[in-house]
Write a protein that binds this ligand. Structure first.
Ligand code: 1CP
Length: 354
């Protein structure tokens, strides 16, 4: 066994969990469920413990991170925990001046727009994120057989925040660099791939059983541009962590035309938003990959019978898949009723019990 250390100690109960089995495309006792953004503002217990603590500060407090990560597992009985953090945490950790503004999102004090700016993106080491290692250690001890998902932002989505300076609808400065200065763009994405790869390694060494690479905004690109200008960097991230053998999930919004390429970049599991039915997504992704998704999050605002009917449609479309992890097509929204999420987990579990 020449796997890097850190994974050998993983309990066999975790290894045999429905979530990890589905990632590996093995038979499962029931379809596993977790929700993107399951930890967070939809939960009153989250709002309570976060009171008076800024988002980025909270990410650096190991006991708080562990508590917030556990909250949705306790409440909803989801099949996996996702580490409470944010995609900009590794950037903050290497010294980029940024903040997460309430109601806005990440805001970068000095955007990255020139070659000279690249020098600010130094390598990330485990010593830059001791609070991540500490929180993950606490969590793997407390979670028992429930797997912990680590995550990071993919190079394109991180670049979008860095270049724009904050959230953006059209990513115009980002695309201007990608089209107008391909060499600078390639170097920026390569830097971000190094940082992201290092950050995921820290999480896997600390006990993450799977990782998700969020390329939330890459659906803004045409396939040819994705292949040329983004895929090499995302593939580099996946290659970096391949030796650990933990499942690698890859997700973006509006990526119907990119699903095949996102799998090709090196994912074991491809996340699908609600726009493409899972049977069609499976055709686009091809064999040898599991799929994750894909109930429209907004369906949760409809009455329970409608939620169940739409969930049934997702499960039916997934019936022929090699491996299926049930999720929403994007994140939980702050105004969602937590009880509707709890009911949804139970519904998927009972409907798919084998
Ligand atoms: O004060 C607060 O509560 C701020 C809200 C918030 C929260 C709860 C932000 C700001 N980030 C988070 C946590 C977070 N971010 C998690 C928690 C773990 C879980 O899923 O339960 C995760 C996985 C993220 C990842 C993240 N951050 C993504 C990728 C996932 C996605 O939704 O596509 C992205 C794009 C971000 C940037 C970000 N951070 C916060 C906001 C509001 C945003 C989006 C801003 C925008 O529209 O660009």
């Amino acid at each position: 066994n020449d796997r890097p250390t850190g994974q050998q100690t993983k309990s066999s109960a975790t290894h045999e969990s429905a979530f990890l089995k589905a990632c590996r495309r093995e038979p499962v006792p029931h379809t596993p469920v977790w929700f993107m953004r399951q930890a967070g503002r939809s939960l009153p217990e989250y709002l309570k413990v976060r009171e008076g603590i800024a988002m980025l500060d909270s990410c650096m407090m190991p006991e708080l991170v562990a508590e917030i990560t556990l909250q949705p597992v306790r409440r909803h009985k989801v099949d996996a925990a996702i580490f409470f953090s944010d995609i900009v945490v590794p950037l903050k950790a290497i010294g980029i001046d940024l903040d997460i503004k309430p109601g806005v999102g990440p805001v970068i004090a000095e955007p990255v727009r020139t070659r000279a700016d690249l020098a600010r993106l130094r390598d990330l080491t485990p010593e830059d994120v001791p609070y991540v290692t500490e929180a993950m250690g606490m969590l793997t001890a407390e979670l028992g057989a429930t797997p912990l998902i680590g995550f990071a932002g993919a190079p394109f989505t991180l670049a979008s925040y860095l270049v724009e300076g904050g959230p953006s609808r059209n990513h115009e400065r980002t695309k201007a660099m990608m089209y107008g200065d391909p060499e600078l763009w390639a170097d920026l994405l390569d830097r971000l791939a190094e940082i992201t790869g290092a950050f995921l390694k820290v999480q896997i060494e600390a006990g993450a059983s799977a990782v998700q690479l969020f390329d939330s905004w890459v659906g803004a690109l045409a396939p040819a541009d994705y292949r040329r200008s983004v895929m090499p960097a995302s593939a580099k991230v996946f290659d970096t962590i391949a030796p650990y053998g933990v499942p690698r999930i890859h997700f973006g919004v509006g990526t119907g035309e990119l699903l095949g390429l996102m799998g090709e970049a090196g994912a074991d599991v491809v996340g699908v938003d609600w726009r493409v039915p899972l049977d069609e997504a499976a055709r686009r992704v091809g064999p040898g990959k599991a799929l994750q998704g894909n109930l429209d999050p907004a369906v949760l605002f409809a009455p329970t019978p409608v939620v169940e009917e739409k969930t049934r449609e997702v499960l039916d479309a997934a019936a022929g898949l090699e491996g299926h992890i049930f999720n929403l097509g994007h994140g939980v929204m702050p105004s969602m009723d937590p009880d509707a999420l709890t009911r949804l987990v139970e519904y998927v579990h009972t409907q798919t019990a084998r």
